[in-house]
Structure formats: C-alpha cells, structure tokens
Design a protein around this ligand. Structure first.
Ligand code: ADP
Ligand code: MG
Length: 573
C-alpha cells in the first residue's frame, strides 16, 4: 500500500478542535494520556501472551521509553505493547468507535465547553491531547506477533486529515513522536519530564525510562578522587517512576494526590473522585480493592456499550477491564481496581463468568460499597446528597434486582415529601420517625414533578391529618415501589390508588356509617354521573378523601395509577 491521505471522521475533527482550542488549561497531561495508552497496550500484550506466546517476540518485560531530541524539537513515547494493525489505527485513531460519543458531542456543542472542561474530561480525549503541544504527530506501530514488514506509519497535523502508509518496524508496539510547537519546547527538558511522570504516572506498573547524561568526576577503585582526571560524560537509562501498585500499598502510605491521580488514570475522568474506598479482604477470599465514587455521572451511564468501571488484576498483573461479574449493574458507576491473590494468571473470560472466587469478590465489594454509602449518609450528608443526585437513579435499580441487599438499599433511598422543602430529601427511616400517633402506613404519590403533585387533590386529607406523603417523581420510582412494598413493617401505599384513606379503625367505622347514609341521600346523583361518564370510569362513589375539591379521579387498588399509565403510554404499551 502506498501512502494515502484520509479525512478524520467529522466527530474526531470536532473533538480535536475542542481539545486544541478550549481545553486542558493543564497541558502537562498530554504525557499522562500517552503513557496511559502505552501502559494499556503493554497490559494487553502480556495478557495475550498467556494464550499466544508468539506475541512476546523475545521481550517478556513491558517497558515505556521517553526520548527527546532537542535539535528536532521532538519527544517520543515508545512502548513494547500490543501495537496496532492498519485497520486498528484507522479505527482507533481516525474515527470514534464509541457510538454514544456522537450524541455526547452534539450535546457538548450546546454547552460552553470552555467554562465546563469537566464535561469533556468525563469522556477522556486521550490520544488527541497530543495536539495541545504538537503541531505534527507521527505514530509508527506494529501489531505484536505480526510480520515485521506489516507496520504502519500514521501522521497528522491535526487539521482535518491524516496520512497512513506501510512501514517496516523491527520491534512490536507503538512509537509516537510529537513535533513540539515552538512555545512548547519546555517539554524537552529532562526535569520537566521527570516531574510530570512522578506526578501523574508514578504508579504505572512498567518502567518509564529515559536516557540521561550525567557528567561525573572519575573515581578510583576505592571511590577515591583522582587528581587531574577531569570529568567524563555518562549516559544511562534511568527509570522515572516508582511502579508501586497503589492499591497494594497500605492506606497510610498513599497520599490524597496519588489517589486522585490514579483515579483519573482508571476512570478517564478529569475531576477528583467524590469518595475513595481502599481495603483488603482476607479469609475465604483474598484480594485488594481500590474503588472510587465519581463526583459526576459519565455521559455513557445509561448506554449499554459503556466501558466497565472496575479492572481485574491477579497479583499485580492486569487481566481485564470488562469483567461483568465483578460489579452488579446497579453499581456500574464505581471505578477502580481489584487485585485477587486466588485466581490463576491465565484465567479466561469463560472461567471468569463461572468462577466462585469472582462471586465472592463481588459479594464483598457490594457489601463494602453499600456500607460506605450508608456511612456517608449518616456522617457526610452533603457528599451523600451530591452522590445521590448523580447516581440515585442507578442505585434504585438495585432495590429491584438485588434481593439479598434490598433492605440495606432501602435505607439509602431519598425522597422529597410534603414535609421536606423543595430540593431537600427524607429517608424512609426519618419518615417513620416522624409518623404521628395513629399513622400506620407510609404514603406516597407518583408523578412527573413535585410542583404538579403538590396540586393534587389526593393530598388534601393527608395534609389535614398532617400525614406525610412522599413525592416519587423519578420514572424508575414506579419500579422501586413495586420492589419496596414494606419498610420497617409498614406498608407503602399510593395515595391515588384504591381506598387509601388514613384513618383509625374507629374513624373508619364512623366514615362508613356516614357514607351509607349519604349514599342513600345522593344515590340518584351518583348513578346520574356514572351514566353521563359511561365507559370512562369504573365506578362513581362518595369519598371522604377530599376536603376542598369537589371530585377527583382514583385508580383501582390493583389497577395502574395515572403516572404509570403515562409511562406505559410513552413506551407505546
Ligand atoms: P482511550 O485510551 O480512552 O481508549 P485514546 O484516545 O487515548 O482513548 O486512545 C484511543 C485508542 O487508540 C485506544 O483505545 C487504543 O485502542 C489505541 N491506542 C492508543 N495508543 C496506543 C498505543 N500506544 N498502543 C496501542 N494502541 C493504542
Ligand atoms: Mg487513553
């Protein structure tokens, strides 16, 4: 194949423009992104080598090398990772494979990205960050295990087009050369590079090396100075990172900043995490976990093809970042790393699906996450609220699907109610604590907004009796109340379903007598109204639920309420 010039996919160009012009006030992170990709690529080749030894090509150790050339004004990031075929280069670098990205970008354009860099940070611009500092980027790569002649050379100036051509490459992996912009030459400086690597990539598991030249005074065999010997120049390859797996260290050894940087590495997020959970499990199952709750929801939270959040390692060796069994779907917002001491290194995807160790790990992780959330709710109410606003909707799925933890999850739910101010919440526990004498059930009403629900005539009698009613305004709440039918021995009742009238036994008898009498009195009127409304209602009856309004619509106790009907209608059911 000869050299050909191609256009970036439109979305890639938009993304490039965003990155170059409005983003990343901190340009240093281009190096973090490229090192992170290099480290991912080494993870992949080493994992692949368990099944296919041919990819090793005599280089069993992962390595990332940084090379600067002051004369050419370039910095090169070279890895011996998995590399890419020409198709992979075009797919991974020239287009955006992730289908949700297009919608996300369309959405971004409507917002002012310059003011909200975190929006794009959630998405992770990765490779394109190179164009913040370079006006030309050259990538040479060869897929591990493939023919040496089957390499690829890709180049772009970030202006909408790129070129690709075949290029022989001796060693496996990828080499990315940035031709630095005139004002970005500081990235050639050894100490600048050192400090960036220490700050952002210290925990990377493979050595990040650089050739450094030092002038030395020669010493004798016993280390004594030799008079008049002058100085000599020595070039050595030095490792810049400590390579300490951060999750394997004890909590007291890890600084806040290190936790943060590692979070950004695993999550592709731009912001600090909201909460860090670092623990190790011993006993039946031995593993270490470093988990994070993000501060904001990622754009692909509700997309089926989203990236999984928790990576699986076995004794420091990366295994996979898409183990579905590790974390249940309703906790899919959790990011981080789990490192097991029990699994074999050559564990395959099929084994992972069935593995009892994985099931044990999952159980422990779920328990730990739920207890952390419970503790946050008690002790860090503001943080919990911030979390709940972002991820409450997802957490609620657990009430439906995770039967074993349902009770604990119920305690994590928050709702607005007739007794909370708009925008503030109550838990079911607090609701029950506030229940006045005589109230035996928990009441709720479902609908699209608090403002609309506050007008509901169904609430009149509850207001009068000072019984609190929960406002369930999230569409998933309909499913929540199907799962949570009872809390603390008290039934949850919809105020607009069936004959739900808060009354003591005595009051009920009294009302019944009154109603019988009234029915006699108004019997003709009721049958008249029923006749007029004909097929549109099932029954017309006198009610004691209203105090101010003349009439209201009530659903059958076992029927669908108005909100559920609306949701089903919207779904075309
Ligand atoms: P992300 O890392 O979030 O997937 P990037 O923009 O950083 O996004 O990289 C895009 C893709 O390009 C990667 O997913 C990977 O498939 C490929 N890639 C980038 N750098 C390398 C590399 N050094 N070696 C192999 N593949 C790479
Ligand atoms: Mg990346």
């Amino acid at each position: 194949m000869s050299k050909s010039t191609k256009k970036f996919e439109t979305e890639v160009q938009q993304l490039l423009d965003l990155v170059i012009h409005s983003l990343y006030s901190n340009k240093d992170i281009f190096l973090r992104e490229l090192i992170s990709n290099a480290s991912d690529a080494v993870d992949k080749v080493l994992f692949e080598s368990h099944q296919n030894a041919a990819v090793i090509e005599g280089e069993p150790e992962g390595k990332i090398k940084l090379i600067t050339d002051k004369e050419a004004g370039t910095i090169t990031i070279r890895d011996n990772g998995v590399g890419m075929t020409i198709e992979e280069v075009e797919k991974n670098i020239g287009t955006i494979a992730h289908s949700g990205t297009k919608a996300f970008l369309a959405n971004l354009k409507e917002q002012n990205v310059a003011e909200h860099p975190e929006l794009i940070g959630q998405f992770g611009v990765g490779f394109y960050a190179s164009f913040m500092v370079a006006d030309r980027v050259t990538l040479v790569t060869r897929r591990a295990g493939h023919d040496k002649a089957a390499g690829v050379r890709w180049e772009s100036t970030g202006d909408g087009t790129y070129t690709v051509e075949e290029a022989a490459k001796e060693t496996r992996g990828t080499e990315i050369t940035l031709h630095l912009k005139e004002e970005m030459k500081e990235y050639l400086d050894e100490w600048k590079i050192r400090s960036i690597v220490r700050k952002y990539s210290d925990y990377v598991q493979y050595p990040i090396v650089m050739d450094v030249t030092r002038t030395e005074v020669p010493k004798g065999v016993n280390g004594e100075e030799i008079e008049g010997a002058g100085t000599i120049e020595k070039t050595v390859e030095e490792t810049l990172n400590s390579m300490k797996a951060i999750w394997a260290r004890s909590k007291s050894e890890v600084t806040e900043e290190e936790y943060e940087e590692f979070y950004k590495h695993v999550s592709h997020d731009f912001e600090k995490p909201l909460k860090t959970i670092h623990y190790s499990a011993e006993g039946v199952s031995e593993f270490k976990a470093l988990l994070y709750l993000p501060a904001h929801k990622p754009f692909d939270l509700f997309m089926p093809e989203r990236k999984k959040g928790v990576q699986l390692y076995v004794r420091r060796v990366f295994i996979t970042d898409s183990c579905e069994q590790l974390i249940p779907d309703y906790l899919r917002f959790v990011k981080g790393v789990v490192d097991s001491s029990d699994l074999p290194l050559n564990v395959s995807r099929e084994i992972l699906q069935e593995d009892v160790q994985i099931k044990r790990i999952q159980k422990s992780l779920v328990g730990k996450i739920i207890s952390t959330l419970a503790e946050m709710r008690e002790k860090e109410a503001d943080d919990y609220l911030a979390f709940y606003r972002e991820f409450g909707q997802v957490l609620k799925e657990g009430v439906h699907f995770d039967y074993a933890n349902r009770e604990k999850l119920q305690d994590l739910l928050l709702f607005e109610s007739t007794k909370t101010e708009a925008g503030t919440f109550t838990s079911l526990k607090e609701y029950v604590e506030r229940m006045p004498e005589g109230q035996e059930e928990i009441y709720f009403i479902t609908g699209t907004s608090r403002a609309a629900l506050e007008q509901s005539p169904h609430l009149e009698i509850f207001r009068k009796k000072e019984y609190e009613v929960l406002f369930l305004t999230d569409p998933v709440d309909e499913w929540v109340v199907q799962g949570v039918t009872e809390y603390d021995g008290k039934k949850l009742k919809a105020v607009d379903r069936g004959d739900v009238i808060p009354a003591t036994e005595e009051e009920k008898k009294e009302q019944e007598a009154k109603r019988e009498e009234a029915a006699k009195q108004y019997g003709d009127l009721l049958s008249f109204v029923k006749e007029k409304l004909d097929a549109r209602v099932k029954e017309v009856r006198l009610s004691s639920r209203l105090t101010d309004s003349a009439c209201c619509l009530v659903a059958d106790e076992h029927g669908l309420n108005a909100n559920m009907e609306r949701i089903l209608r919207a779904m075309n059911q």
